[in-house]
Design a protein around this ligand. Sequence first.
Ligand code: HEM
Length: 508
Amino acid sequence: MDRIQTAVSAGLLVSVVVIFWLNRRKGPQIPGPPAHPLVGHTFRVPKVKTWKYFEDLWHQYGSIVKVTLAGDDIVVLSDPADAEELLGRRSKIYSSRRPLVYAGKYLSNNMRLTLLPYGENLKRQRAAFHSMLQPRVIGGYEEVQYKTSLQLLVNLAKDPDNYYTHYPRFPASLIFILSFADQLAEDGKDLAAVQKVLMDFVTAANPGAHLVDTFPVLDWLPDIVSAWRKEAKKGHEETLDLYGRLARNVKARMEADPELECFTARLWEQKEKMNLTDEELYYISGSAYAAGTDTSSITLLWFVMAMALYPEAQKKAQAEVDSFFDAHTLPNFERMKDMPYVLALIKEVIRWSPIAPLSFPHYLDADDYYKGYFIKKGTTVISSLWNMHHTEEEYPDSYNFVPERFLSKERGPEDPADSISEGIYGFGFGRRRCPGQHLAAKSTWIVVVRTLWAFRIEPGKDANGNPVKLDVDDCTNGLTSRPHKFPCDFIPRSATHLETIMAGEGRS
Ligand code: HEM
């Protein structure tokens, strides 16, 4: 009996010591809403407008909040200073992505840049991306930006009701030409194929889309009972067929024309130096399209909504554009540095409605301590761009669209391609920061300036001729969020503007 008592006491003592040690190691808990003992916050965090839920938590619990979903810790940052410290200065351990069995391992064969864990592969792919998208080479893409943005104006002039399709078509054609030095086929087949690859991937990467990502142990089961694996591998084959065909086509044309200029041609030239396999090269050249089209088109759709809702801002920007370009002259990049209001307006669009309100989640590769809190390896770290952009101290009256907040008298002329992200956080943080920022800045700029030059944007009218009330909260859910189609009129600013647009059809 004595021996049993001694063993029980020893066991209790060990348990107490272990619990004490674990708690001491963990330190104080990151604040957050009360969790269910078994499922944590799994049924509390809504799938719809999740950023709004995190906004409530921010106001209730402060700028670092933790929730637990299906056993995984999620830390949400709402103060840019914390994101800069963790995702920026400590980026060595905060730059991974959550491993996804379906979308990462099988659908992408561990090659898709946006999902790569932090490490050598990511560094090589980002370096390759940088060689296509660095500021020095972006200047060479202006002709294509002129051509595709003019086509957008023509489409808007001819068929304004379909603006919701025309705006996304702009980055799709632009990035397709830049990536493969080829026009999107008129029959829409290429566009449909790349959109399908993109949609399959985005759907598969959505949290909760596949059970195996909640319970990775399911990956141990054989193929015979894992139909999902076959489906994912088939998706990878389809992606490779498409991206491979497009990239090999560029290579064949390079033989006939060594001067051929496009992202993929650059990749083929540097393939050996960058130590890329064919398959990696296909994925990288296809990734520009995947990562650049949705993001750019969403920014433009929010711009249209902002203009319809805030006519005063629209008029001020038009006055600035008109001071450099008359009705006979299509705007170009020459006066880019001379338009502070337009630059401020673009920044305000990205601040007011960030395309990815919760950015793209990062993943922590090692245990860490921050501000006394223990953050364990394997935590997903989300920077809520939505909350950061609605900090009243930094952006007073933050729900209103006020480009003036970015006008600074002290600053000299600014190059939007360099400074578009100054004062906002819409391109993310640290080593996973958007590598397409410069291209995005110039493409957005030319479309914004040309649209403002050509059209007055107004909310659509109801049957009685009254303007329809637009709702900024009527938007899609998911990693990115765009406004649902809203009634909107594009009224040519004069017959001469219209003539100038139509005269340019087919050229830049
Ligand atoms: C206005 C347009 C754009 C916005 C607002 C935007 C924003 C973002 C954001 C917030 C991220 C996540 C950063 C992070 O994980 O911390 C990101 C990542 C990325 N963006 Fe953009 N982006 C835009 C356009 C583009 C374009 C035009 C391209 C390429 C042609 C591009 C390529 C990428 C890639 C490849 C990543 C993933 C980087 C990685 O995982 O390491 N983006 N972008």
